[in-house]
Design a protein around this ligand. Structure first.
Ligand code: GLU
Length: 445
């Protein structure tokens, strides 16, 4: 790392002890930015990096709620409003027991650059809670969401901060959150949340957008080597919203997706995963992946273990951060891997990224490859602002244009900085320069 940037990075790490994932993303982004500071001394003079690493506002709050047995439950809620240089804070809410301030800050920091890359007018933020939705009834989920919004409502708004979903937060949770916001504020403010239902201000394609976008971005990378998804053998990790839609799109483009996972294990279905069955089990029944095995022939379910033990030509990690390490990366590379598209946020460890890059594997980092979700959220905001709703075909066309545009921008920036094909460098530099220019133009704030 450039020595000037390393000194700033070290201060950031020392000021934010114990936030491992935040340290990881800051280090990864700073690693790319040395050459930018040679060309743009004004960024150092304007303390852009120091400002970028300090969120504009961090809100931490108590979320009290009652469970079905009448017991009192207390969780912790977060909203980190990281950077508003390009637009209102925008980013999802994650409900998962692993959530803490460091995780939300890592996600919020990534979101700044991801959102800049989409070309849409959105700043970066993230939030969530250490609430564990697993095994909770609908009524419990509703009471939790209502309590969470009872504090959050005063911090958000269509021109201020626009939350959406992430792990553990889908259409059901957005519904309860929106209902409570409307009730407290007495405003039907559609643009305050995205990922809404279609009849009450949502956008078509938003549910599919992250998974579809990841595949579209990966297809663009494959094209640079004269390849496509046609005939590829694909392994996807996860089986939530992003994974399911990535599987559907990859198979629509002619690939065979042979495996996917959940936190208990993975399935191998050599004939290609039956997406309708997977949706039925995961989205409608809210069941476990294990249930898939009994309902389809020639499928094996492996309890525990890693889905990355299965060979693939294309790997799409769509589960969670740091789920694919250096050893798994080396094994995939030895067994014929061509490309990786990150559907999750920072699913590859730093070691894994190094292995992929040294081997010349096409590697699409999450902040580029999974930007389709938040980009379509911005399209939802556009529709809300104009009180309009677009067709599936039109919205999907916009998503495709955005993903192709992100690929072009990353690729052109990597060329410009003398490292063709390095999408990590391209994404970090191109997102950073856009935000840094806007920050300087807006003065010391
Ligand atoms: N949680 C998603 C992400 O990581 C989407 C955020 C949004 O739509 O605001 O980008």
């Amino acid at each position: 790392m450039d020595a000037r940037l390393e000194a700033i990075r070290d201060t950031v790490l020392a000021r934010n002890p114990g936030e491992g994932e935040f340290h990881q993303t800051v280090t990864e982004v700073f690693d790319s930015l040395g050459p930018v500071h040679d060309r743009h001394p004004e960024f150092l003079e304007g303390a852009v990096l120091e400002r970028l690493c300090e969120p504009e506002r961090q809100i931490i709050f108590r979320v009290p709620w009652t469970d079905d047995a009448g017991g009192f439950q207390i969780n912790r809620g977060f909203r980190v409003e990281f950077n508003s240089a390009l637009g209102p804070y925008k980013g999802g809410l994650r409900f998962h027991p692993s959530v803490n301030l460091g995780i939300i800050k890592f996600l919020g920091f990534e979101q700044i650059f991801k959102n800049a890359l989409t070309g849409m007018p959105i700043g970066g933020g993230k939030g969530g809670s250490d609430f564990d939705p697993r095994g909770r009834s609908d009524a419990e989920i509703m009471r939790f969401c209502q309590s969470f919004m009872t504090e959050l409502y005063r911090h958000i708004g269509e021109y201020t901060d626009v939350p959406a979903g992430d792990i553990g937060v889908g259409g059901r949770e957005i519904g309860y959150l929106f209902g409570q916001y409307k009730r407290i504020t007495n405003r039907y403010e559609s643009g305050v949340l995205t990922g809404k239902g279609i009849s009450w201000g949502g956008s078509l394609v938003r549910p599919e957008a992250t998974g579809y976008g990841t595949v579209i971005f990966t297809e663009e990378m494959l094209k640079t080597r004269g390849q496509s998804f046609e005939g590829q053998r694909v392994v996807v990790s996860g089986s939530g919203n992003v994974a399911i839609n990535a599987i559907a799109k990859a198979q629509a483009l002619g690939a065979t997706v042979v495996a996917c996972s959940d936190s208990s294990g993975y399935i191998v279905d050599e004939a290609g995963i039956d997406v309708d069955l997977l949706r039925q089990i995961k989205e409608i029944e809210r069941g476990r992946l294990k249930d898939y095995e009994a309902r389809r022939s020639a499928v094996s379910y492996v309890e525990g273990g890693s889905v990355w033990d299965i060979d693939a030509t294309v790997a799409l990690p769509c589960a969670t951060q740091n789920e694919l390490d250096g050893d798994a990366a080396a094994r995939l590379v030895r067994n014929g891997l061509l490309a990786v598209g990150e559907g999750a946020n920072m699913p590859s460890t730093r070691d894994a990224v190094a292995v992929f890059q040294q081997a010349g594997i096409l590697f699409g980092p999450g902040k580029a490859a999974n930007a389709g979700g938040v980009a379509t959220s911005a399209l939802e905001m556009q529709q809300n602002a104009s009180r309009d709703s677009w067709s599936f075909a039109h919205t999907e066309e916009r998503l495709t244009e955005i993903m192709v545009g992100i690929h072009e921008r990353c690729s052109a920036t990597a060329d410009e900085y003398g490292d063709p094909g390095n999408y990590v460098l391209g994404a970090n530099i191109s997102g950073f320069v856009k935000v840094a220019d806007a920050m300087l133009a807006q003065g010391l704030i």
